[in-house]
Design a protein around this ligand. Structure first.
Ligand code: BMA
Length: 839
């Protein structure tokens, strides 16, 4: 986390201060197709697609069927150019580097008509010494982006066999040789949009005497009394002089510097690392969401001259915590869980994909918003899945602040890759840079080599389907091992101390091994057409993927897919569903549980409660099985464009029913209702670390609210445990399973701390009566309160507003005679409120 000095336009900078300066080169950019003559305005950071859109040369690729009309863009070369002024004072600096935080992907860079370099990896940062190339006055920086598809073809064509890459929708699957975000080549929830451009900041970095390259903060020990840290500062010096290295630390947001260590250094020219030690007394620990504060400390390293003039500084936010991945043999297989600060913690979370196809649109505010929504959903872990990008710093900053741990994949997914030296060296540099960039984040929990590649090779028939010769097949697997069993673990060991896991999952699909050890992706539901109830049996040690699709919000259809048709046959409907079995699978499962609606709006709504019901079943089964199972990460948290997908939050930021259900299913206290033909068992899962006294209330009622059975019991709820607390036998109670609902509540002195409901038949077999809903709306300080009540059951009551508003709850069951008050923020027109429910 370098501190940037941002100049909005290039201005003359004085050399009076010797401190390293960064001068953003984000102004005056123009672009054109290589063979065109007219230069057009461009935004940097940006992408060629967003520039073309801005200049009205292509339509919005996210709208209707436009995706297909913009495919030509990937086959062209694009030129970008800017002019900036360099002053005499700027040129007087000892070291001047031109820094690109990210170039997408095949770029040729020229400064003042002199070629500087070619690049070939979107995930790398590029730095060039340009002191000799700059001149006083006007300078011209030009970057030619070569077609990401065509440029890769000659490399691809040299490989004598087909490397699998099933999601790549190009004529040739060049994604396997291109270090570019895999999802951009097409995925089963994403369009094919091969962007080009300066997708991250570009600036000149001016330094004198010495500058910091990076800082590694290593926690040597952590006790209640003290944290011992080692600060490894790597810097480059341009002189042989004596300077000071100062390290300050303070709890984040403290105004005054708490501690400052000053060390004199004698510089040698070149790159060197200096290690200093810092002890923090009475440390406050960093905890993950739900278990305590995510306390951060600011550590700043300064290089100063002997007269205390700052030469360079770098600030990092760290958290003091321990984290372990525990794999101990047990009677079944081997455990797989995370211990944070010595405590086993059940990981509740989701898989993220990139937040847009046009990445520079994902601003700091967008990240903040999404990560805060994850925290509000009681999530304590997000997996940055290997088919996207190493996320922006802000993603990890927000995870640090919100106590969300990150399972970090390297960017390899569902494909095989070449093993030649050039490819491996490119990946090595990519891995080194990203490990160094991310390693000080307390949120970072583990490194994982790839998504599903090991599993695909051994168990999904990738090897068999391609009919490889023994020689080719051996080579492909040797290349796999060179990358994921050798190169990546070695680079990690050199630069970080975190746990490395070669592939997620270790085993998949609910095969016997996958339920006994390692992490597991369970796709028997959706891909294998098994019923939702199968989630209860297929519980492994750490469920890192499982999911089910639903339609996005109906307003998202209005905005991006107005001509979407209920038969799902229109070109728009075909464009916005990327999974070949998507529509029929949703319909098949819907038919098992619900009456299939005729109208599109009803279908959208039903698909959402279907998905929410399915994933709730999974999460409850996973948490109930703790400590056998210690993690549940559903697929998938978000979308990158408007689409029918597995996400809980759609592209426009609107919550599907799933996200409201997840929030409840991931709460610290969870009630799980488990039934057989004979009994109903009530389990409570508590993630709180301490035991608590509570009251458990069980009430079975018919749909008009008549109580058929009621029982209240005092319990001692065990901390960090799942246990059964109550059972009743069905034969003791007379009830019609098609017309009754079981309500279970857990109360402490202050009121309800958890609740859940259960039905003894599928929704399609329930005999509803038409409810009369009483509704009143009150204006409150930050929005509205909607009071709702009905004398008969209202199942899955859905509040809809065309605006993207924040409802405190939605898609909930309004029980007979129960009053619910729903808070609603960010609303301008509450009169547009609509209510929908299941009938
Ligand atoms: C998972 C992911 C993705 C995919 C999803 C849905 O296994 O890793 O590759 O999008 O399944 O099919």
């Amino acid at each position: 986390m370098k501190k940037y000095i941002v100049f909005l336009c290039v201005i003359a900078t004085s050399n009076l201060f010797a401190q390293t300066q960064r001068i953003e080169l984000n102004q005056n950019w123009t672009f054109k197709k290589e063979q065109d003559t007219k230069w057009l305005p461009a935004a940097v950071p940006g992408t060629v697609h967003t520039d073309l859109m801005q200049n009205k040369l292509i339509p919005d690729p996210f709208f209707g069927t436009n995706e297909k009309d913009v495919q030509w863009v990937e086959n062209e070369n694009w030129e970008y150019q800017t002019q900036f002024t360099a002053t005499k004072e700027m040129l007087a600096n000892q070291n001047i580097e031109l820094v690109f935080k990210g170039l997408d992907t095949y770029a040729e860079i020229e400064l003042n008509n002199q070629k500087i370099a070619s690049t070939d990896n979107m995930f790398r940062e590029w730095r060039y010494d340009v002191k000799k190339l700059l001149k006083e006055g006007d300078n011209i920086l030009k970057i030619k982006f070569l077609s990401p598809y065509k440029t890769a073809l000659p490399v691809f064509d040299k490989i004598p066999y087909a490397l699998p890459a099933d999601n790549d929708r190009g004529e040739k699957h060049t994604s396997v040789v291109t270090r570019k975000a895999p999802y951009q080549f097409g995925w089963d929830w994403g369009p094919r949009l091969l962007t080009s451009g300066i997708w991250k900041p570009v600036y000149l970095e001016l330094s004198n005497t010495a500058k910091i390259r990076n800082v590694q903060i290593v926690q040597k020990s952590l006790t209640k009394e003290k944290a011992e840290l080692e600060i490894r500062t790597t810097f480059e010096s341009f002189d042989s002089k004596t300077i000071f290295l100062k390290v300050s630390y303070q709890p984040k947001d403290y105004v005054s510097i708490q501690d400052l260590r000053i060390m004199p250094l004698t510089l040698k020219k070149g790159i060197q690392t200096y290690i200093s030690a810092v002890t923090i007394n009475n440390p406050k620990l960093w905890w993950c969401n739900g278990l305590g504060d995510a306390q951060l400390y600011d550590i700043t390293v300064y290089l100063t001259s002997t007269d205390h003039l700052t030469l360079d500084s770098l600030e990092e936010h760290i958290g003091l915590r321990t984290i372990e991945v525990v794999q101990e043999p047990d009677s079944v297989g081997k455990s797989f869980y995370f211990k944070v600060n010595g405590v086993p913690v059940f990981m509740k979370g989701a898989n993220t994909i990139p937040f847009d196809n046009f990445l520079p649109r994902v601003t700091k505010d967008v990240y903040k918003n999404y990560i805060q929504q994850a925290a509000q959903s009681n999530i304590n872990m997000l997996r940055v899945w290997g088919g996207g990008i190493y996320e922006d710093d802000e993603f990890y900053n927000q995870c640090d602040e919100n106590g969300i741990l990150v399972w970090q994949d390297f960017m390899f997914a569902c494909s095989f890759y070449p093993g030649d030296t050039a490819f491996l060296n490119n990946v090595k540099a990519e891995a080194e840079q990203n490990i160094i960039r991310l390693r000080n984040h307390p949120s970072l929990a583990l490194w994982c080599g790839n998504n599903e590649i090991d599993e695909a090779w051994h168990n999904w028939g990738y090897q068999a389907a391609n009919k490889y010769s023994v020689k080719d097949s051996t080579e492909i697997w040797e290349n796999y091992k060179a990358l994921f069993h050798k190169l990546l673990p070695e680079v990690i060991a050199q630069n970080d101390s975190r746990f490395y896991w070669a592939s997620s999952p270790q085993f998949g699909w609910g095969r016997p091994q996958s339920l006994k050890q390692g992490d597991s992706h369970y796709w028997g539901i959706w891909w294998g057409d098994s019923a939702f109830s199968t989630y209860k049996n297929k519980v492994g040690r750490f469920m890192s993927e499982y999911g089910f699709q639903a339609f996005p919000d109906k307003q998202t259809f209005k905005q991006y897919m107005p001509d979407f048709d209920r038969a799902f046959s229109s070109p728009t409907a075909q464009t916005h569903q990327k999974n070949w079995k998507g529509y029929p699978t949703i319909k098949k499962y819907m038919g098992w549980e619900y009456k299939i609606p005729e109208k599109l709006d009803d279908y959208i709504y039903t698909s959402q409660i279907l998905q929410a019901y399915g994933i709730k079943t999974a999460i409850e089964a996973h948490r109930k099985a703790m400590p056998y199972c210690m993690g549940s990460l559903y697929w998938q948290f978000n979308d990158c464009w408007p689409v029918i997908s597995w996400s809980g939050i759609d592209y426009t930021g609107r919550w599907k029913a799933l996200q409201y259900f997840v929030k409840k299913a991931f709460a610290s206290d969870l009630i799980v209702i488990d039934t057989t033909d004979k009994n109903t068992d009530i389990w409570i899962v508590s993630d709180k670390l301490q035991d608590e006294k509570a009251t458990l209330t069980v009430r079975l009622m018919d749909f008009s609210g008549k109580t058929l059975y009621k029982k209240s019991t005092k319990i001692n709820k065990k901390g960090n445990t799942s246990a059964r607390y109550f059972t009743f036998n069905h034969k003791d109670i007379a009830f019609d399973p098609a017309q009754c609902v079981l309500q279970v509540e857990l109360l402490d002195k202050k009121g309800v701390i958890a609740d859940n409901v259960h039905y003894y038949r599928s929704p399609k077999d329930l005999k509803f009566t038409q409810p009369a809903i009483e509704k009143s709306i009150k204006v409150v300080a930050d929005g509205f309160e909607i009071r709702l009540k009905a004398h008969t059951l209202v199942k899955n009551l859905y509040l809809f507003l065309p605006e993207n508003v924040d409802f405190s709850d939605n898609y909930f069951d309004l029980l007979p005679n129960q009053e619910r008050i729903i808070k609603c923020k960010n609303v301008t027109n509450i009169n547009a409120l609509e209510i929908q429910y299941l009938n």
